[in-house]
Design a protein around this ligand. Structure first.
Ligand code: G6P
Length: 468
């Protein structure tokens, strides 16, 4: 078996502590089972980091190789270009972009530096799998250093339409650089369609047979690989945690009120403010719910150096306070907001306790929380998933109550239906949702990508372009 080399910005190396976010969750499961080399940022900011070789650690069958970033690199590559340009842009929220071409230059330099640190660690038979928007130029940077191994790229977040994409001047070049990979994977069909259009319109690629493109005399495969969770083990963990002290305490505290649960990183894409508007609308329209439900929103503070995240935190604090002040009673508050991270096992137990899982991003590549909520339910008495139709996972989880998060009345109506739904319908919906995730796992996801990469790398050699 060829060694798998995963390259991502976040690396859960033993020295880096736990990591929040879909990428770490998905890849951790895969690497634990398959083994290999995992390369990326150490999570450390250090003066004089540039030029140092990667630090190597081992845990089980996984070898971790990481480099530190300088303060300037962290500010410009991570906070600015990755999270204040690419993240909002690719999520179709260009109004949140904070663009500065100097950040783009450092973003490119960090990719080149990472490629230089990775190259000496590579073996000729390695399969290289690069992840996410921080590393769009990585395949090209490795090729520029003469690396000939098969290279796959997977984008965990959405890919916006070409007209939105053009708002950042670098995108044409970045799309060209992505095309140095042999296989480019996305979460949904929609992302593939948008990327293929951008590659043709902006970068001058030509459409090839099947899901492929011709560019620079090479054929590049595109594919859809929805990220999955380890559904059975998450279900077992949730069942076990349902009796943990933390979950018992919350159950006691709720005193029979129905729990609506939201869990995510505090992020402008997650629709947190819209969710509070939806809850307010519900309590205004259906006053009989007052005193009988509690919404627990865990919104773990994230990317705190980025202005839009700090502004969101302030707005969320204000709205949460206003909601409780306007609608609360001396002995009841509709909302509990927690802006710290909560341990994943405890969250699994909370999910099992909840009557409603509220997952309503404005846009999301996949959203694994929605899948985790399904896995966490007690099949005999399951809760209801209310899911944004703009999450990638909505394409698989069609038996959820799908909502438009921009429409407060739709949110209020969906919440009301979810809270009132009878046992039979809850069970029927849950069975359909479970069937969609039960047999999948990060390992199956990873294997299908790697198999496609092996097939793709034999195809990439020069072929005559097929006219459109
Ligand atoms: C999303 C991204 C990941 C990222 C994670 C956490 O899931 O797709 O690449 O690691 O968010 O964000 P952070 O900025 O803390 O790495």
């Amino acid at each position: 078996m060829n060694r798998l080399v995963v390259v991502s910005n976040r690396v859960p190396a033993p020295s880096a502590g736990t990591q929040a976010g879909g990428l770490a969750v998905a890849l951790d499961g895969l690497m634990e089972k398959r083994g290999g080399l995992w390369f990326g940022w150490s999570g450390v900011i250090a003066a004089g980091a540039a030029g140092r070789p990667a630090m190597i650690e081992r845990s089980g069958s996984v070898e971790y190789a990481t480099i530190d970033l300088t303060q300037d690199e962290h500010d410009r590559y991570y906070n600015a270009f990755s999270n204040s340009v690419l993240w909002p842009l690719l999520h179709t929220m260009p109004e949140l972009m904070q663009y500065d071409r100097r950040d783009a230059r450092v973003y490119r330099e960090v990719n080149a530096r990472m490629a230089a640190a990775l190259q000496p660690l590579l073996r000729p038979t390695d399969l290289i799998w690069v992840h996410d928007y921080h590393l769009m130029p990585m395949a090209a940077a490795l090729r520029a250093r003469g690396v000939r191994n098969p290279i796959g790229f997977f984008l965990h977040i959405p890919f916006c339409s070409p007209d939105v994409l053009a708002a950042a001047p670098e995108m044409t070049e970045l799309v060209r650089e992505m095309l140095s990979a042999d296989l480019i994977g996305f979460q949904t069909d929609n992302d593939v369609t948008n990327f293929a259009a951008a590659a043709q319109v902006l970068a001058g690629a030509m459409r090839g047979p099947g899901n492929s493109l011709f560019f620079g005399g090479r054929r590049i495969r595109l594919g859809v690989f929805p990220v999955e969770i380890e559904a059975r083990s998450f279900a077992a963990r949730a069942a076990e945690m349902a009796e943990s002290p933390a979950v018992r305490r919350l159950r006691r505290d709720l005193e029979g009120q129905r729990l609506i649960l939201g869990v995510e990183r505090l992020d402008p894409t997650k629709g947190l403010l819209q969710r509070l508007v939806g809850l307010r609308r519900l309590l205004e329209k259906r006053q009989d719910w007052r005193g009988h439900l509690t919404m627990l929103q865990i919104a773990a503070m994230s990317r705190k150096d980025v202005e839009s995240y700090r502004a969101l935190r302030t707005a969320l604090d204000r709205e949460a306070g206003a909601l409780n002040a306007d609608l609360g009673e001396p002995d009841w508050q509709p909302l509990r907001l927690v802006a710290r991270g909560v341990e994943r096992s405890t969250v699994a137990g909370y999910m099992r306790l909840a009557r409603v899982g509220l997952v309503t991003p404005l846009r999301d590549g996949m959203n694994l929380v929605a899948k985790e909520f399904v896995a966490a339910q007690d099949p005999a008495d399951p809760g209801v998933l209310v899911l944004s139709r703009f999450a990638g996972s909505a394409r698989q989880l069609e038996a959820a109550l799908l909502v438009n998060p921009h429409d407060p009345d739709a949110m209020a109506d969906a919440l009301d239906s979810a809270l009132r739904m009878g046992l039979e319908e809850r069970q029927a919906r849950w069975r359909a949702l479970w069937a969609a995730i039960e047999h999948r796992s990060p390992l199956v996801w990873g294997r299908s990508f790697v198999a496609a990469l092996l097939r793709a790398s034999t195809l990439t050699v020069a072929k005559t372009p097929v006219p459109l």
